[in-house]
Design a protein around this ligand. Structure first.
Ligand code: ZN
Length: 270
């Protein structure tokens, strides 16, 4: 009995530490991951294939190259670029973006419509890029489903399993539930990535407050975003404190004309 209580206490302490984010060093992107980089690339490509079968990827070359350009610029401020990143726009009116393992980042058309500027769009993309940089996807999947399932997916013996998992994790109604520590880390690294890439990280805060206001008006459009990225006062406070500590820097003003033109194209997408 004593042994059991001791064990229970350890579990409680561990989960407390995890929930409060204490166990997470935000600067550390090299946490333990049983999945190798090569395995993650392979798994990511499989998931990307499924996601692109299930969702409508926007083919408008101007919209596509605009979003790709933002992604490439952000990568110049990332701590590590271990994958061949891809950035694609998905035709979906809910305000959301997501990253799948191996550096595939998807931006919903609804997010572009909701953003007021390139910097606000870059803020959400910077957050997603850093889920990939810190390899949160494979860490979360291993924790949630176990290593053997990942191996099963890699072996490709059960295509239904891959399709089902892709739907529940990255599909229209699905979402990848990262831990709170991972969300905080993606914010922390995201603001840093923006700053280093020359985007004003304040854009993350303005977009957070816009999302907060939008949630009160049209919660259904944001359901997925808030399921996968619960926006807490703690998250906002953390980013604000981080920005306050960054050395002053003058950021290049956004090219607002380009952003408006792209947003208008997105509004007219078939
Ligand atoms: Zn996130």
């Amino acid at each position: 009995m004593r042994g059991f209580r001791h064990w229970l206490l350890l579990v409680m302490l561990a989960s407390l530490g995890f929930a409060s984010g204490c166990a997470f060093n935000q600067s550390d992107i090299g946490g333990f991951n049983i999945i190798s980089i090569d395995q993650e690339v392979e798994l990511g490509n499989k998931f990307a294939g499924e996601v692109e079968k299930q969702s409508k990827v926007v083919s408008d070359p101007e919209v596509q190259s605009y979003v790709d350009g933002i992604g490439r610029r952000l990568l110049t401020g990332a701590r590590a670029v271990e994958f061949a990143y891809t950035f694609k726009v998905v035709k979906d009116d809910s305000v959301n973006a997501f990253a799948i393992p191996g550096g595939h980042v998807y931006v919903n058309s609804g997010l572009i419509k909701a953003a007021a500027s390139e910097t606000e769009l870059a803020a959400v993309m910077a957050h997603e890029i850093n889920h990939a940089v810190a390899r949160h996807g494979t860490r979360q999947l291993t924790q949630q489903y176990g290593y053997s399932l990942i191996v099963q997916l890699l072996l490709g013996q059960d295509p239904n399993l891959l399709a089902q998992l892709a739907t529940s994790l990255f599909g229209k109604a699905g979402f990848m539930a990262y831990s709170r520590g991972m969300e905080n880390q993606a914010d922390f690294l995201g603001a840093e990535t923006m700053y280093k890439a020359g985007y004003n990280p304040e854009g993350m805060l303005t977009f957070f407050s816009k999302l907060d206001a939008m949630q009160k008006q049209s919660p259904s459009k944001l359901a997925q975003f808030f399921s996968s990225h619960p926006l807490t006062g703690e998250r906002v406070r953390q980013v604000r404190e981080e920005i306050a500590q960054l050395p002053p820097k003058s950021f290049k003003a956004d090219d607002s004309a380009s952003f408006q033109r792209i947003r208008a194209r997105v509004e007219r997408l078939p």
